[in-house]
Design a protein. Structure first.
Length: 232
């Protein structure tokens, strides 16, 4: 038996582990949320707790999705590439649940009340705009749309970068704190914001190329060190 056969088998096992692992990890927060709801363990304000949890989960999965490309580029672990679409759809699913809890459960589809609240709390408009982007991305995530839209498909899906910033701002402004004066409950939004900015900055060509050049130099230096050690 050739050496390629076991390697191919191992790669297949890893692919299944990554695939099902990402499904399980993505669904776990929803399962916990349902269990907490059924056992009356969603704090004194269950609607608020469910809204906050689903929103935070959507943001977390979106951040992980944004991290896939840099990780694949830096580690050459191409097996992770297939996670992007899957994670994007899960991020949209949690954002959709978050949105539905807000307009159906919390506001009972009272659109007069909803529009009044939107006018009073601008951060909700940021969330709505970001959700619209995620909705368009989810609808057009299928191959049929990719073929039909051509180059415009990639342009549309790059809006996720803008959406991720809007979601972080939505999250930050929704907290009981002062984001601009760095007071109150803003620690977690700042952490998310820094991570998102780092992940987006990696996509800037000169940053990406600079990191790639640095990796090449480091690998060359390591190879030269190993060669000298062998010669000695």
């Amino acid at each position: 038996m050739s050496e390629a056969a076991p390697q191919k088998k191992n790669k297949g096992v890893i692919w299944h582990v990554v695939r099902w692992g990402s499904h399980i990890a993505s669904l776990l927060p929803l399962v916990i949320l349902i269990i907490d709801f059924l056992t009356n363990n969603l704090t004194a304000n269950p609607i608020q707790a469910a809204t906050q949890r689903t929103g935070k989960t959507a943001l977390t999965i979106l951040v992980i999705m944004l991290a896939v490309s840099p990780v694949v580029s830096l580690t050459k672990a191409s097996i992770l590439s297939g996670m992007k679409k899957r994670l994007g759809l899960y991020a949209f699913a949690y954002a959709a649940i978050h949105f539905l809890i807000f307009i159906v459960v919390d506001y009972g589809l009272n659109f007069q009340w909803i529009f009044q609240t939107l006018s009073q709390k601008p951060y909700l408009l940021l969330g709505l705009a970001a959700f619209t982007v995620l909705l368009l991305m989810a609808i057009t995530s299928f191959q049929w749309w990719k073929r039909k839209m051509g180059k415009n498909w990639k342009k549309l899906h790059r809006l996720v970068y803008v959406a991720s910033i809007m979601i972080v701002l939505h999250f930050a402004l929704a907290q009981k704190g002062d984001l601009f004066n760095l007071r109150g409950n803003i620690g977690l939004p700042i952490i998310y914001g820094v991570i998102v900015l780092l992940l987006l900055s990696y996509r800037i060509p000169f940053v990406k190329n600079g990191i790639a050049d640095l990796r090449v130099k480091m690998n060359s230096g390591r190879i030269n060190s190993n060669s000298r050690a062998k010669d000695e």
